[in-house]
Design a protein around this ligand. Structure first.
Ligand SMILES: [Zn+2]
Length: 356
């Protein structure tokens, strides 16, 4: 019987074996997740497991972070259709498992599931309680626990050794670090059984890093991009920056609202480049002055050069649109935008392309 997998729509059904992300992708996912969750993270060593890095918490302190991370694959001997696992490699060194967990020293034990629904999913086991259990062992997680994180953001369950496992999407890695920091043992809920379920607490109330959306390492991202080949660069930049980081930067600058209307549904908002993405340099692709946060409707109008803005932010409409079209497109309802001097060169280029 084939193993259950998460499907492209986020449901669970029997599916092909996941190949799993390779080690470089796992490290990059961790790096990106930390640097887009309000931390500034840099690697010290990626040569062997545990990986080692320094995390600047943004609150005046740093954490010396050891990270074990493997791909999540199908379960082992028990062959339960919903069982997934990581296999801890025999070449992994013990230095991370065996050291104490303190306020400034943490060890993470992570798995990454390459979910077909679009966002990879982390599972995290308590590293200290997995120490000294021999080499070449595995840690289990159910596909249902992985799936629950799609809804919950971060979800709590138990592994076969009754240790708490957290499953979460990459934008909750910062929240998970907060849990490791505050709880040390990762069994926060069991010490306070009447507490609000952790997933709800994390999702609704605390969200310290997800909400802040600070990105501190634009320079390090640019440095990485410059080392890639042109083809790799196109893919990475388009995927990560064109759609993800640039939007995060704009959300951080403008808050979660379309610049031209009242829409605040984050999933409807797009980081829209003023100077066309394909014509922008790497720096310009990440420059918040080269962007507007727009809803899908207004992004389409702006991207197709049917509307633009003058130097004081007043709307300019393409003369190709008829009065009827202008009414249908509700152009009267568009607000003025606030324009900074840094935006002017980009707006000038955009205006020069207005459809005439
Ligand atoms: Zn809008």
């Amino acid at each position: 019987m084939p193993y259950n997998q998460i499907t492209v729509t986020g449901t669970i059904a029997p599916g092909p074996d996941p190949k799993g992300p390779n080690p470089a992708t796992i490290r990059q996912t961790i790096y990106d997740a930390l640097n887009t969750n309000g931390f500034s993270f840099s690697w010290i060593s990626k040569a062997h497991q545990p990986y080692h890095g320094i995390l600047d918490t943004g609150a005046g302190s740093t954490i010396d972070l050891y990270i074990y991370a493997w791909r999540i694959i199908n379960g082992g001997r028990k062959k339960l259709v919903s069982e997934k696992r990581i296999e801890i490699s025999s070449t992994a060194r013990d230095e991370g498992f065996n050291r104490p967990t303190t306020a400034t020293e943490k060890t993470l034990l992570l798995g990454l599931y390459d979910s077909p629904h679009g966002t990879p999913i982390f599972a995290a086991w308590d590293a200290p309680s997995n120490a000294n259990r021999g080499k070449q062992k595995s840690c289990q997680v159910s596909v249902e626990a992985l799936q629950a994180s799609i809804q919950d953001g971060i979800h709590q369950s138990k592994d076969t050794h009754d240790n708490t496992i957290y499953t979460f999407t990459p934008d909750y890695l910062g929240d998970y670090i907060d849990l490791v920091q505050s709880g040390n043992t990762l069994n926060i809920a069991s010490t306070n059984p009447v507490a609000v379920p952790l997933s709800k607490k994390v999702k609704d109330t605390t969200l310290p890093h997800k909400k802040k959306r600070t990105i501190k390492s634009v320079e390090s991202i640019l440095a990485q991009i410059s080392n890639l080949s042109q083809t790799e660069k196109e893919i990475v930049v388009k995927h990560r920056i064109g759609q993800g980081l640039f939007k995060e930067l704009l959300l951080n600058k403008y808050g979660c609202k379309c610049a031209l209307c009242t829409i605040t549904t984050e999933k409807m908002l797009i980081g829209s480049h003023i100077k066309e993405w394909s014509a922008s340099s790497d720096e310009e692709k990440l420059d918040v002055n080269n962007g507007l946060l727009l809803c899908a409707h207004h992004d389409a109008l702006f991207d197709k050069h049917l509307i633009s803005f003058d130097n004081v932010g007043k709307l300019i409409v393409s003369p190709t649109l008829t009065e009827q079209e202008k009414a249908e497109l509700q152009l009267d309802a568009i607000s003025d935008i606030s324009v900074s001097s840094e935006m002017l060169p980009y707006l000038e280029i955009h205006r020069s392309k207005l459809r005439r």
